[in-house]
Design a protein around this ligand. Structure first.
Ligand SMILES: Cc1ncc(COP(=O)(O)O)c(C=O)c1O
Length: 393
């Protein structure tokens, strides 16, 4: 044991404990769904990304069970060795069809996909232009490329345009944005962004983790939401939110996807996705396409809860996505309300610095198509009662 390393880590942990506190994972029991088991209680789950309720869908689970029986669990090899099964290709074709792209390639997660894109597609003569509120995995992926980087203020398209004008000498310019921003639930202004991309001959990359299966009439994502055809060059997404399982992907033109298969390190140097996960994701995609009523229910549930929280006097950031940020800035107000909700049978998390800027503390509520009217009403009543803890603050 190296005492120098351990002493430093212990000191840093003590400091962290004394200042921001140490994170402790909540241990949940039972299956994923609109309610969750926590410490022997059943809580209404407003904290997960199970937008279409597919994480607990019987058809999805049965397909994974069949795959487990037929193909086993892990493949103990990478895709480029003996890890590839027919289901991987079938899922990639299913993803491409869902998002309206020529081709797609699987990763272990969207975090891995975002780590694997930039280094593979860009070099030192290129420039990345990235929204300041992009997901951590995009930020880390961009750090791995030698390309020049500009970070523009969140949704500030005037700054983006200035940066595009300044980087005219770049070989390739790649604009990068979340489709839906995970903390604010706002949807990127993709029509204007893609217009800028066209005007400045830049490529456009969108992380649609919170939009795949959710936005657009067929669940294709943010571009479809805006009626945008073919404007996104590189699309990344997750199989672990609306599609209910786990895994990530990149979709786009065949040349983009083939390049990633050849050189993207998180694709090459890792185990292939476990077949039961791949089968479950393909089943979820088919359900998401076949059952638009899930998106309709999600929209109705979201609109109802947004309205109910506003009626209770909460400051809810405007929007239409099932991420509903309830702003409770200052001190421990967000944490106090989250604790009161938990006592009343509702699971939410308070977000504070450094996850969101200081002074923008909030509770992030996430709605699912699987929530019943009774569960949403229970949540709304609990939010109403929780106002009592704000009275003195
Ligand atoms: C915008 C965004 N991108 C990427 C990810 C990572 O997805 P995954 O869980 O598949 O790694 C997340 C999830 O937190 C996300 O919100």
């Amino acid at each position: 044991m190296n005492a120098t390393l351990l002493d430093r880590l212990r000191t840093e942990l003590d400091e962290r404990r004394a200042t921001v506190g140490l994170r402790r994972d909540l241990v949940v029991s039972g299956p994923q769904g609109p309610t969750l088991g926590v410490d022997g209680e059943t809580l209404v789950n407003l904290a997960a990304n199970d937008y279409l309720g597919l994480a607990g869908d019987p058809e999805v689970l049965e397909s994974a069970q069949r795959a487990l029986r037929d193909m086993g669990l892990g493949v103990t090899a990478g895709r480029v060795l003996c890890g590839t099964r027919a289901i991987h290709g079938e899922l990639e074709a299913g993803i491409a069809e869902l998002v309206g792209a020529e081709d797609a390639v699987l990763y272990s997660s969207c975090f891995d996909a975002n780590l694997g894109v930039f280094n593979a597609l860009l070099g030192p003569d290129d420039t990345v232009l990235s929204d300041a509120l992009n997901h951590a995995s995009l930020i880390d992926g961009i750090r791995l490329t030698p390309a020049r980087r500009y970070v523009f203020a969140h949704a500030d398209l005037d700054e983006l345009e200035r940066r595009l004008a300044e980087s005219a000498d770049a070989r390739t310019r790649l604009i990068v944005t979340d489709g839906v921003f995970s903390m604010d639930g706002d949807i990127a202004a993709l029509l204007r962004i893609s217009e800028l991309a066209r005007r400045y001959d830049a490529a456009l990359m969108v992380d649609d983790s919170h939009a795949t299966g959710v936005l657009g009439p067929t669940g294709a994502g943010t571009a479809e939401h805006f009626g945008l055809q073919g404007g996104v060059d590189v699309l990344t997404g997750t199989l672990g939110k609306a599609l209910g399982g786990a895994g990530g992907f990149v979709a786009g033109d065949r040349a983009v996807v083939e390049t990633l298969r050849q050189v993207s390190r998180p694709y090459i140097f890792t185990n292939a996705m476990a077949p039961p996960l791949a089968v479950a994701a393909l089943t979820a995609i088919r359900i998401a396409r076949r059952r638009p009523e899930l998106r309709e229910r999600l929209t109705a549930n979201t609109a109802w809860l947004r309205g109910a929280l506003r009626d209770q006097g909460y400051d809810v950031l405007p929007g239409e996505h099932p991420i509903i940020p309830v702003m409770l800035p200052g001190g421990s107000r967000a944490r106090d309300v989250a604790a009161a909700l938990r006592r009343d049978g509702v699971l939410v998390f308070a977000l504070s610095h450094p996850v969101v800027p200081a002074g923008e503390e909030r509770i992030r509520v996430q709605v699912s198509a699987a929530h019943t009217a009774e569960q949403l009403e229970l949540a709304a009543v609990a939010f109403g009662r929780a106002r009592a803890v704000l009275a003195g603050s």
